[in-house]
Design a protein around this ligand. Sequence first.
Ligand code: 9G3
Length: 566
Amino acid sequence: MRQNTYLAPTLRDVPNDAEVISHQLMLRAGLIRQSASGVYSFLPLGLKVLQKVENIVRDEMNRAGAQEMFMPSIQPAELWQESGRWDAYGPELMRFKDRHDREFALGPTHEEVITTIVRDDVSSYKKLPMTLYQIQTKFRDERRPRFGILRGREFLMKDAYSFDRDFEGLDESYQKMYDAYTKIFTRFDLNFRAVVADSGAMGGKDTHEFMVLSNIGEDTIAYSDSSDFAANIEIAPVNVTYEQSNEPKLERETVETPGKKSIEDVSKFLNVNHKTCIKSMLFIVDEKPVLVLVRGDHEVNDIKIKHYFEAEMVELATEDETTKWLNSETGFLGPVGLDQQVTLIADYAVEMIVNGVCGANEIDKHLKNVNPGRDFDVSAYTDLRNIQEGDPSPDGKGIIKFKEGIEVGHVFKLGTKYSEALGATFLNDQGKAKPMVMGSYGIGVSRTVAAIIEEHHDENGIVWPLSVAPFQLHLIPVNIKQDDQRELAEKLYKQLTDKRYDVLLDDRAERPGVKFKDADLFGIPLRITIGKKANEGIVEVKVRKTGEMIEVKIDELQHIIENYVG
Ligand code: 9G3
C-alpha cells in the first residue's frame, strides 16, 4: 500500500475529549473517526486491524466446530415480545417503526433470532449438538458512551449460540468455547483472566467473563496472588472464618449520637473500633423491605442479596420507604426492635460481633453492647459482603488482590430459558419433545482492538503484536527525491509484495521527522529505512517493539524479515 494516497490522517496533538490512551491513539494514528457519540467509522488502517482480530476469532471458532452464519440487525418486535424481553429492556434497546408502522429493534444481541431459526429447522436429536456464530454489528443505546470504541453504541461482536440435547452436552459445548476463547486472547498477546461472573438478566448459572487486566477497566476483578482463582467482585464468594472475642456480654444501652450517621463518625464519637459496628441498610427486594446487616468495615453486595432471594429487583430503600418501615432515617437504622414485616438478614461476620454498636431506629441515637442472638435474631446469616483485598482467597490458596479489567468476552450457560420461551424443542431418541439446552458466547471484536492498544503501546504510539498488525513491514525511503533511495524503495516494495508480505510504503514527500513520527504512531512491527547508504545497498531495520536498530545489506534483508515476521 502506498501511503501518499492512503487515508490514515495522523494527529500531532492529543484530542482533549479522549480520556484513555487507546482512544487517543486510535484517533491520532488515523484508525477511527467519530460520527456521533459512541458511533465510529473505521478508516482503512483501523479496518485492517479489525479484520485481523475478526479472522483470528473466526479461525478458532471454526476449529472449535462452530458454524458461521449471518443474521439481520433488524429484528421484529414480535420476537422480543415472545421471549418477554421487549418490555424488560428500557431505552438501551434501540427501537424504530418501519413505513407500515410496524415495530422493530436494532439487534443488541441475537438469542431470539437464532433460537427461532433453529426451532424452525432442527427437530431431531441427531442434529445436536450444534453451535452457530456470526460476526456482526450490535446496537445498544448506552446512556454514557465513553472511552472511544471501548463503550460504543454500535460495535462489532462475535456472538455464538450452542444447542444441546441436555445439560451434560451444554457443559461440553461451553468448555469448547471456553478453550477457544483462551486460544483467541492468547493469540492477541493479551494479559487476560477468565473470571467467574454474574449472569445478570441472562439467567442461567455458570458464566465467565474474559477480562483483560487494565487500570482503565470498568470491572473489578478479585484474584488470588497464588492460585488461578479470579472472579468479578460482583459475585466473588467470601470464605472467611471469623474470630469471636470472649469478652463478657454487657448490658445494652442507648446513647446520644447527635448527627453521627456514618460508621466512621459513630465509631469515632463512641470511641469504638468500626469492626464492632453493625452497618444496617434497608433494601426493597421485589417490593418487600429487607434490612441487611454487615460488619462496619465491610461493604454490602446487592448482587448477593439478589441471588440469596432469587429476586428480580433489589433497590436501596428511599428515605420515605425507610421512614415507612423503620420509622427512622438512614444512619440510625438497626436490627433491634424491628417491625415484624421487615425481613432481617446478616453477613456471616455479624454473628461474631460481641458488644456491638448499631442504630437505635431513633434519630440521633445508637445502641451500645448489642449482641446478636440476645438482642436480635436474623432470619439468616449468609455471604452478603464484597470480598476485600487481603481477604483469604475462597479456594484457600493465597490472598485476594484487586485489578480492574476490560471485559472482552462473556460466555453464558443459558439452559432452556429461550428454547422454552420460543418453543425450540427437539425429539429425543425416544421420540419425546424436549427443549434444547443453550449457551451463548460473546466477544467484543471492536472493543478487543482498543484493549490490545491499551496493553501494547509506548510513549510514541501503538506497538502492534504481529498477529494483528495492519501491515507487517513499513518501508520508508527517507528522501523520495533522491533517485537511489526511491529506486531501491520501489525495488524492495515489489520484491516484498511479490513474496506476499503486507507492506506499507511511505512514498510521501514529507520531512524524515514527520515520516518517523507517523511510523511510531502506526506501530508496524518492522521498519525498513532507506537512507544515505542506499547506494551501498545498505538499509536500516528497526524493530518497533524493542527499538533495536540494525544496518543490513539488501541480500541479508530476507533472512532478517523471515526471522522476525515469519
Ligand atoms: C438488550 C440490550 C442490551 C443487552 C442485552 C439485551 C447485554 C443482552 C446480554 C447478552 C448476552 C449474550 C450473545 C453474545 C454473548 C452475550 N446487553 N445482554 O442480552 F436488549 Cl438493549 O448479550 N448475548
